[in-house]
Design a protein around this ligand. Sequence first.
Ligand code: MG
Length: 369
Amino acid sequence: MKITRVSVFQVDLPLAKPYWLSGGRLRFDQLDSTLVAVDCDTGHRGWGEGCPWGHTYLPAHGAGIRAAAELLVPALLGQDPRELDRLNRLMDLVLPGHLYAKSALDVACWDLFGQATGQPLSALLGGCESEAGAPIASSISTGQPPEMLAEIQRYRDRGYFAHSAKVGGDAALDVARIRYLEENRAPGETIVYDVNRAWSRQEAVAVMTAVADLGVTVEQPCETLDDCAAVARRTSTSISLDERLETTGDLCRFISEGIGEVVNIKINRVGGLTKARRLRDLAEASGLRLLVMESGGSVIADTGAAHLAATVPEHLMIGSWLSHDMLSKDLAPGRGARNVAGRMPAPKSPGLGVAPDLAQLGDPVAVYQ
Ligand code: MG
């Protein structure tokens, strides 16, 4: 089985409504997504998607994925897509770093591996621990406390029971937001308070100390891992690591220094399913709880995350996320990982289990063969 051709597509994915990230400092209206179709001499075609959450959230942007493909794809042509670790070493050799730019190609090769073996990705990634799928965490835009609760209620009405509420930007208001949402949290419901790096160390210590009696989890309170480590020494509030988890080295430090108890593995940010799987194993072996999701994209991206999320034992899984649930465009209507009573079951068909409607993608922006 050899890779014979890679087609690269660009598609704009409009958000159903504008979205403000923690502190209201970043606004998003549309995502720039890159889909790759990897064809083989066996006639199989695998799909992957790389879609950063805009270009201001992380050091990643859509055009970067397409530019990196010019360097990465020649190294993959002629290779066996089932040899995932070896393919990742090849990509790391021709382009060190740039993890986000490698994810779509990695996922497309996993799709091919699954199709070739007749297995869904959840089976190949270790085995499905949850037929019902991981809980889907809503993404609640920063706002006044009643506005945020109203947004949570809209998700509750659709079956959601896990939420990622965005806070940050105003320490006093953040304490009020967290207290208000905790007072109104339903039985069995999970809320992670996601700061997206918006607090200074001083603000983080102040807020996390003020809400320490609530036993909540705060995600990525400050900019760097050093900041998070410093804050962790001053507060008993649990920390989840998100944006600054990129490599196994980051995770090893997080674990060995006891910085926090939760990690959020985003497939695109860490370089694809092959590298995400390694982080999952290390996190599980260290007793951390996990969120597993994509950084953005259509149902194609979300479905890859659904497969990996389904392999996490239920007692360690906090939740995933459906980026496509926030879009006004659907690249594969009715197919792939969807909201079923607040969970996202992974498809049981071989491979990724979903492919986009070609008519919605238009012509490829590049074809390598
Ligand atoms: Mg986060």
